[in-house]
Design a protein around this ligand. Structure first.
Ligand SMILES: [Fe+2]
Length: 241
């Protein structure tokens, strides 16, 4: 309805039809734009897979574990999408980490650890100028911040750390503990849950740890061996080999 000389006028049929056509075209353009940047996002993930297939698989599982917590928080569709993307790309900065450090089967030296600790900032640098990735790049940058403020790169504390970065840290650590590597066997889920509880309030947000464990227990009742990643339209094995 438009207002002319203080009288509301109902748009003519033709005007209403044109507006509807315009709205449809805007919607189509938005979908096209989203497809273009999702194609680019998939290409970046393929590059990560080519560099280091373990980190690629880890990123898929971290997205799954993060979404388990996200659903317990009853996030809306848009928030779930941001959380999925943030988790999928949290370790993209490892593209720049030398293989000798990334795949070292033994304990890292102090110098190697300093190099490794660079990856969240590298993730942010890679993602920050990608349209629509402002929050996603920040979540990636801050996924090693600890609840007690002793994390890196900024030493943020508790709620100063974005919610999704706090969720990803739990998912990230859980996957690191439960996945089997050539040099060690992964922990059973129950043992890893206990570890998360033990470090609640120091490393992790206690409320989010509870929600993650609650969500994972519901997941195990489903008895599924795989999980689905919407961006890649693909199922992945739950157990990391
Ligand atoms: Fe990381």
């Amino acid at each position: 309805m438009t207002k002319k000389n203080n009288v509301f006028q109902i748009p003519s049929y033709t005007t209403a039809f044109s507006l509807l056509t315009l709205a449809t075209q805007v919607d189509e353009l938005k979908q096209e734009k989203r497809k273009v940047y999702e194609d680019a996002a998939r290409t970046i993930l393929r590059a990560l897979n080519a560099k280091d297939s373990y980190t690629f698989g880890h990123s898929m599982r971290v997205a799954y574990f993060s979404l388990v917590t996200g659903r317990e928080l009853e996030l809306n569709d848009e928030e779930i999408y941001e959380l999925e993307m943030s988790a999928l790309f949290h370790d993209i900065g490892k593209i720049s980490t030398p293989d000798s450090v990334l795949n070292k089967p033994s304990r890292l030296s102090e110098e190697e650890f300093t190099i490794m600790k660079d990856h969240p900032v590298k993730s942010w640098e890679i993602l920050k100028d990608f349209p629509g990735f402002e929050k996603i790049s920040l979540n990636a940058k801050l996924h090693h911040e600890r609840f007690d403020g002793k994390g890196y790169p900024q030493g943020l504390k508790a709620e100063e750390i974005p919610l999704f970065a706090r969720i990803i840290l739990i998912a990230d650590t859980f996957d690191a503990m439960t996945s089997t590597r050539p040099y060690r066997k992964g922990l059973p889920y129950e043992v890893a849950f206990e570890e998360l509880v033990q470090f609640s309030g120091t490393q992790f947000d206690p409320k989010l740890v509870q929600l993650f464990i609650q969500g994972m227990k519901k997941e195990s009742l489903k008895g599924e061996d795989t999980f689905f990643i919407p961006l890649l339209d693909k199922n992945f094995e739950k157990n990391a080999a």
